[in-house]
Design a protein around this ligand. Structure first.
Ligand code: A3P
Length: 887
C-alpha cells in the first residue's frame, strides 16, 4: 500500500485530473478487494481451526503447575498454530542437515528417527546453503526439515532460504533446529530475522514444561524439576512475542557480565515454538543438544506435531517382563519366601500403572530345590502361587539347544521339563518359550523349532540377536516355521546384577537409565518391549522389582503413555499387526557375527555358501555357462534340487523360508575354503524383487554374474520354451498375440506375456542389484559372445572371479556342428553338449513381432546403454543396433 501511494505521488503532476481520478478509483477497488480477500481467508482459517479467544495470561498463570514463576518472562496461554502438512502433499521422510557424518548431535537425531522407524534423508549442511531437490512430480519429498545447527538455516544465502521457505509454506513443512554457541564466553545476540534474543553458554537449573504447548503429546507437563541440567553450554531464548511460545523453561545459573543483563531466578525458554503466525512456517528451536532427556522427549513430540501426526507412535506401550532361569540360580542368589512374597506384592502394585501386569516365569525344572533351605522354600512358595504368574519353558537342564544336533535328544530334554511342569501344576499352554542364551532361535537351529512345536506347541519366542544384538534399535522380529520371533530389549539387569551398590558403574547408572536414560527411552520408542530379567534379580536387593517400579513411576510422572501387559500370544499378534513388513526373515551368515558364531552348531559350517551366483535371466545361455563353469577344477556347483531339477531357487521365492540349513545342504563341504569356489545358478533371481536384498544379506561378498541377449530374442526363446513344455497359452496363441495382449486379455495369456517381457527390462533389474552390490561385484556377460566365442568369455569370467588355476577353455571346448553350439570336448573326440531343451530349432521371429518388441524395449534399452556406460562396460552389438533404430 505504501508502495502504491509513493508511486501515485510521483506521477501526480503529470496526469490529468480525470486520469488521476480513474486510477485512484481502480486502486481503491483493488485495495478493497484485497482487504476483503484477506479478511475472508483469516476468518475461514479461524473458523476452520476452531479458534478460541485467547485466555488472559493472568487467568492461565494460576493454572500453571510448574513451580513458582517469580518473573514470568512469557505469556503462557493456549495457542493456535499454522496449518501443517496435508497427508498426500509430502512423502513421510525427514530431511536432516547434519554438521558432519560423525557429529554427535546429528547422530542422536538420526538415532531417534531410526528407533521410531521413520524414514529420513541426511545431508551435510553446506556452508552456503545449497539444497537438495525438495519436490518430485509435484509432491514434496520431505515432511519436516531438521538442522543440527540452526545457524546454518538462519545464515543461509537469501536465494536458498527463500526456496526453502517457499517449499515449507507451500507444503506445510516445519523446521526444527538446535542452537549451541561455540565461543567460550557468554553472549547475547539477536537471532537474524527473529524477534528474540539469545543468551549462550549458560548453565541452567530447575526446569519446567509449558503445560499449554501444543507440542506436548508423549510428554506430560509435570511439576518443576529441581536441580542442574547437564552441561554449561546452554542457550536460552528471551521472547516477548505471542507468536513464539516457550516449551521448556529453566532458570539461568551464574549469569555474569551479560549485556543486556539477565535476571537471576527468572525462567527462560530452552526450547521455543515459532507458531508460524509470522510467515506461515512453524519452527521449534532447541537451546542445546539432546543430552538432556526432556529435550529428547520434546524432540519426539515436536517431530510428531510438526509432521501433522504422520511421524508418530501411538501412546500405547506393551511391556512384558520375563524372569528367566527360574530354579537355575546358584545358592545365595535365588529367591527365598520373602522375595516371592515381594514379587507377588509388587506385581499387584504394578498393575495400578501397567494394566494386567504379570511376570512371565521361565523355568528349568532340573534345578528345582538346589538352593539353600530358605531358597528351596522360596521355590515351593513360587509353585504354591503358580496361578498368579505366566510360565514358559526354558530348557530342562538350561542347556543351549544348538549343542543338540539331533532333534530327538532336544525332544527328550523338553519332555522332562514338561513332565516337571505337569507334576507341579505349571500351565503348559502359553505357547511361548525362550532358549538359554538365545541359542537356536537366531541363528536358526531348525531342530529347536521342530522340537518346540512337537513337545510344547510353541508359537512365540523372543531374542535379542536378530538381526544383531547391537545397535538395539535395529532389532526386529520375524516368523519362521510358524513361530513368531519377537525382539527382546535389555533393561540393564543381568544374572550377576544382584546388589544395588555393586551395579556396574555405580548405582547411579541404574537410576539414570530408569529416569530418562536408556531404559526409559527403550519403552518410549518401542511400542512393544519384552525385557529379560533373571531369577537372581529378584533375590537379595531385588533389583528387578526396584527397576520396574521406578520405571513405571517415572513413566507415569513424565509421560502420557498407556502401559499394559499382554500374554505372549496376543503380544506377538499385536507386534506383527504393527510391523507386518517384519514377518519375512532376512537371513545372514551366522559366522559374520561372533555372538552368532558362538551359538551356531559345531556340526554345521558357514563354508557351504556360494562365492558367486549366476542370476540369469532365463534363456540367455545360463545353462551353457553353468556347464562350462563346472568344468573348472576349482569351481563346484550345488547338487540338483529334486523339485526344480537343476535350480535351487532359494532367494527368489518360498524356498527362502525353509532357512539356511536347507540351502546349505545343497552345497558340498569345500576341501579348501580359499581356493574352492562354490556357486549356484538360478536364472529367476535376475528379475526377482526380493533376491538382491536377500543375497546381499546372506552372502554380501558374493560375486554376481548376469548374461544379456537382445530382450526380444529372449522373449521369443521363452515363448518357444513354453510351447515345447505344452503350456496351453503358448500353444493357443501366436507369439505376436502373446506380446501384444491388452490388459483385458485372459489371465493365462497375461501371465505368459509377463514371463516373456518383464525379465527383459534389463536396466531396472540391474539397478536393483546395484542398490545392494558394488559394481565391481557384478559381471555382465554378452550372451551372443558366450554363444559364439565361449572360451574368451570364460577367460573373462575366471579373471573376474579370481579363480585359479587358469583353465584353458580353448582346449576344453569344441564347436559341435550337429548341435550347432559349443560343447565340452571329452576324451576320444566325443562331445558333451547341453540337452535338447537348450539350443532348440524353431522358426525365426516374424517381422511384426520383432518391430513390436523393438519399440516396446526402446526406453529400457536406452536406459541399459546409460547404465553400461556408467559402469564403463562396452555395449553388446545387439544393443548398438537397437540404439541406432532409436536415432
Ligand atoms: P534357445 O534354446 O532358445 O536357442 P538358458 O540356459 O539360460 O535357458 O538359455 C538357453 C539358450 O542358451 C538357448 O536358447 C541357446 O540359444 C543359448 N545357448 C548359448 N550357448 C549355448 C550352448 N553352448 N549350447 C546350447 N545353448 C546355448
Amino acid at each position: 500500500m505504501v508502495l502504491l501511494l509513493e508511486q501515485s505521488e510521483e506521477s501526480i503532476y503529470s496526469m490529468s485530473f480525470i486520469m488521476k481520478l480513474h486510477r485512484h478509483f481502480q486502486r481503491t477497488v483493488i485495495l478493497l478487494a484485497t482487504f476483503c480477500m484477506v479478511s475472508i481467508i483469516i476468518s475461514a482459517y479461524y473458523l476452520y481451526s476452531g479458534y478460541k479467544q485467547e485466555n488472559e495470561p493472568s487467568e492461565l498463570m494460576s493454572e500453571v503447575d510448574c513451580g513458582d514463576f517469580q518473573h514470568p518472562p512469557y505469556r503462557l496461554m493456549e495457542v493456535k498454530t499454522m496449518k501443517l502438512s496435508d497427508a498426500p502433499k509430502t512423502d513421510p521422510t525427514v530431511l536432516v542437515f547434519v554438521e558432519s557424518q560423525y557429529s554427535s548431535l546429528g547422530q542422536d537425531i538420526i538415532m531417534i528417527l531410526e528407533s521410531s522407524r521413520f524414514q529420513y534423508h541426511i545431508e551435510i549442511a553446506p556452508g552456503k546453503g545449497d539444497l537438495p531437490a525438495l519436490i518430485e512430480k509435484a509432491k514434496g519429498k520431505y515432511i519436516l526439515v531438521i538442522y543440527e545447527n540452526i545457524l546454518k538455516y538462519i545464515n543461509m544465502d537469501s536465494w536458498n532460504r527463500s526456496l526453502l521457505d517457499k517449499y515449507c509454506v507451500e507444503y506445510g513443512v516445519a523446521v526444527i533446529g538446535f542452537h549451541k554457541t561455540s565461543e567460550k564466553s557468554s553472549q547475547s545476540f539477536q537471532l537474524k530475522g527473529f524477534p528474540f534474543s539469545i543468551y549462550g553458554n549458560l548453565a541452567v537449573k530447575d526446569c519446567c514444561i509449558n503445560p499449554h504447548s501444543p507440542l506436548l503429546r508423549v510428554t506430560k507437563s509435570s511439576k518443576l524439576e529441581k536441580g542442574s541440567l547437564p552441561g554449561t553450554d546452554w542457550t536460552v531464548f528471551q521472547i516477548n512475542h505471542s507468536a513464539y511460545q516457550p516449551v521448556i523453561f529453566a532458570k539461568v545459573k551464574t549469569p555474569e557480565n551479560l549485556s543486556p543483563p539477565i535476571s537471576k531466578g527468572a525462567f527462560y525458554a530452552t526450547v521455543i515454538h515459532d507458531l508460524g503466525l509470522h510467515d506461515g512456517i512453524q519452527r521449534v528451536f532447541f537451546g542445546n543438544n539432546l543430552n538432556f532427556w526432556l529435550h529428547k522427549l520434546i524432540f519426539i513430540d515436536a517431530v510428531s506435531f510438526l509432521s501433522g501426526n504422520r511421524l508418530t507412535l501411538s501412546l500405547d506401550r506393551y511391556i512384558l517382563v520375563d524372569i528367566d532361569d527360574i530354579f537355575v540360580g546358584k545358592e545365595g542368589t535365588r529367591m527365598n519366601t520373602n522375595d516371592v512374597k515381594a514379587l507377588l506384592d509388587t506385581q499387584n502394585l504394578l498393575r495400578a500403572q501397567i494394566t494386567n501386569f504379570t511376570f512371565n516365569l521361565g523355568f528349568s525344572g532340573k534345578f528345582y530345590h538346589t538352593g539353600t533351605e530358605e531358597e528351596d522354600e522360596g521355590d515351593d512358595h513360587l509353585l504354591g502361587s503358580v496361578d498368579e504368574f505366566w510360565w514358559f519353558p526354558h530348557m530342562w537342564s538350561h542347556m543351549q539347544p544348538h549343542l543338540f544336533h539331533n532333534e530327538s535328544s532336544l525332544v527328550e530334554q523338553m519332555i522332562l521339563n514338561k513332565k516337571f511342569a505337569l507334576e507341579h501344576g505349571i500351565p503348559t499352554d502359553m505357547g511361548y518359550a525362550v532358549a538359554p542364551h538365545h541359542s537356536g532361535v537366531y541363528p536358526v537351529h531348525v531342530q529347536l523349532y521342530e522340537a518346540w512345536k512337537k513337545v510344547w506347541n510353541i508359537r512365540i519366542t523372543s531374542t535379542e540377536e536378530y538381526p544383531h544384538l547391537k545397535p538395539a534399535r535395529y532389532r526386529r522380529g520375524f516368523i519362521h516355521k510358524n513361530i513368531m520371533v519377537l525382539p527382546r530389549q535389555t533393561c540393564g539387569l543381568f544374572t550377576h546384577t544382584i546388589f544395588y551398590k555393586e551395579y556396574p558403574g555405580g548405582p547411579k547408572e541404574l537410576d539414570k537409565s530408569i529416569q530418562g536414560g536408556e531404559l526409559f527411552f527403550t519403552v518410549v520408542l518401542n511400542p512393544i518391549s519384552i525385557f529379560m530379567t533373571h531369577l537372581s534379580n529378584y533375590g537379595n536387593d531385588r533389583l528387578g522389582l526396584y527397576t520396574f517400579v521406578n520405571l513405571a513411576n517415572f513413566m507415569q510422572t513424565w509421560t502420557n503413555l498407556r502401559l499394559q501387559t499382554l500374554p505372549p500370544a496376543q503380544l506377538a499378534h499385536k507386534y506383527f499387526e504393527l510391523f507386518p513388513d517384519q514377518k519375512d526373515p532376512l537371513w545372514q551368515n551366522p559366522c559374520d557375527d561372533k555372538r552368532h558364531r558362538d551359538i551356531w552348531s559345531k556340526e554345521k559350517t558357514c563354508d557351504r555358501l556360494p562365492k558367486f551366483l549366476v542370476i540369469g535371466p532365463q534363456k540367455t545361455g545360463t545353462t551353457a555357462l553353468y556347464l562350462f563353469l563346472v568344468m573348472h577344477p576349482s569351481i563346484f556347483s550345488n547338487s540338483p534340487s529334486p523339485k526344480t531339477f537343476e535350480e535351487v531357487q532359494f532367494f527368489n521365492r518360498n524356498n527362502y523360508h525353509r532357512g539356511i540349513d536347507w540351502y546349505m545342504d545343497f552345497f558340498p563341504v569345500p576341501s579348501n575354503v580359499t581356493t574352492d569356489f562354490l556357486f549356484e545358478k538360478s536364472a529367476n533371481y535376475f528379475h526377482s524383487e526380493e533376491a538382491p536384498k536377500r543375497v546381499a544379506s546372506l552372502v554380501p561378498k558374493a560375486k554376481i554374474i548376469t548374461i544379456l541377449i537382445d530382450p526380444s530374442d529372449r522373449a521369443y526363446s521363452w515363448y518357444q520354451h513354453q510351447r515345447s513344455h505344452e503350456d496351453p497359452a503358448a500353444l493357443k496363441f501366436s507369439f505376436y498375440e502373446v506380446i501384444s495382449a491388452g490388459p483385458r486379455a485372459p489371465s493365462e495369456l497375461r501371465a505368459l506375456q509377463k514371463r516373456c517381457l518383464i525379465p527383459g527390462w534389463y536396466a531396472s533389474h540391474i539397478e536393483r542389484w546395484l542398490v545392494y552390490f558394488p559394481p565391481f561385484q557384478l559381471l555382465i556377460i554378452d550372451g551372443q559372445q558366450l554363444r559364439m566365442d565361449p572360451a574368451t568369455v570364460m577367460d573373462e569370467v575366471q579373471k573376474f572371479l579370481g579363480v585359479s588355476p587358469h583353465y584353458n577353455y580353448s582346449e576344453a571346448l569344441t564347436f559341435d556342428s550337429h548341435k550347432g553350439f559349443w560343447c565340452q570336448l571329452l576324451e576320444e573326440g566325443k562331445t558333451k553338449c547341453l540337452g535338447k531343451s537348450k539350443g532348440r530349432k524353431y522358426p525365426p521371429m516374424d517381422p511384426d513381432s520383432r518391430a513390436f518388441l523393438s519399440s516396446y524395449y526402446r526406453d529400457h534399452n536406452v536406459e541399459l546403454s546409460k547404465l553400461l556406460h556408467r559402469l564403463g562396460q562396452p555395449l553388446p552389438s545387439w544393443l548398438r543396433q537397437e540404439l541406432q533404430k532409436v536415432r
